[in-house]
Ligand binder design. Structure first.
Ligand code: CA
Length: 223
């Protein structure tokens, strides 16, 4: 899943980006509040990690502006240990969660996964559709209890479709889930990945909606 990281501390930002990437996240990194707000307004990220002390625009102001305009992207605030009033204010302003610095990477990743899941109305840690179970933390997929080997992109694509089961996603929306800034997107890449997913998981899981995009069916279509 693709997230926005807003952190002006180069060392911390670099470490978080590298660590989250290793755990399977796509990370776009901005270093000031104005860039963070601009990016989050495009609504292409599944969640954001927001430092509060940012140049140009404070993290609190960014959050307040987004929520005022009805932008609901899940936001996890990074906060200093002694900044309890900040934390409370952040939650009041519409932060969904917070993590205390120094950041435990695995805790951050788990909280991000939980935020994204909840924002899609998915209470369970594992996503289930038909006979397929996807485990976002382990980045693994099983079908009828047997492991299915997917490439990283195939996994990300299936993850996006399962989070949005029953909803049609356009090719552009799916590309946004799969690629961060500066990564080249080939024109038929989504079609190719869908083709591979159908070959591995069977034809009944992902429907093509002509002229619009793709939809994953939570229940098998009735014969
Ligand atoms: Ca800072």
């Amino acid at each position: 899943m693709r997230i926005l990281l807003a952190e002006d501390d180069t060392l911390l930002g670099d470490g978080l980006r590298a660590g989250l990437r290793q755990l399977g996240f796509l990370v776009d990194w901005v270093r000031d509040g104005e860039a963070a707000e601009r990016e989050l307004r495009t609504q292409t990220h599944a969640a954001a990690v927001l430092d509060l002390g940012l140049p140009l625009k404070d993290g609190m102001e960014v959050l307040a502006a987004l929520r005022r305009d009805g932008i609901t992207v899940p936001v996890l605030v990074l906060t200093a240990r002694d900044a309890l009033p900040d934390r409370i204010r952040g939650l009041d302003l519409g932060a969904d969660d917070y993590v205390i610095k120094p950041v435990d990477l695995h805790e951050l990743a788990a909280r991000l996964r939980a935020l994204v899941r909840r924002s899609h109305g998915q209470p369970q840690e594992k996503l289930i559709a038909q006979d397929v179970t996807l485990d976002p933390a382990a980045r693994s997929v099983e079908q009828r209890g047997s492991p299915v080997v997917l490439s990283g992109r195939e996994f990300d694509l299936l993850h996006a479709l399962m989070l949005n089961a029953g909803r049609v996603l356009s090719r552009e929306q799916l590309e946004q889930h799969l690629y961060s800034w500066g990564q080249e997107v080939e024109s038929n890449t989504i079609e190719v990945h869908i083709h591979h997913l159908r070959r591995k998981l069977g034809p009944g899981l992902i429907q093509t909606v002509r002229g619009i995009g793709y939809m994953l069916l939570r229940e098998a279509p009735k014969a």
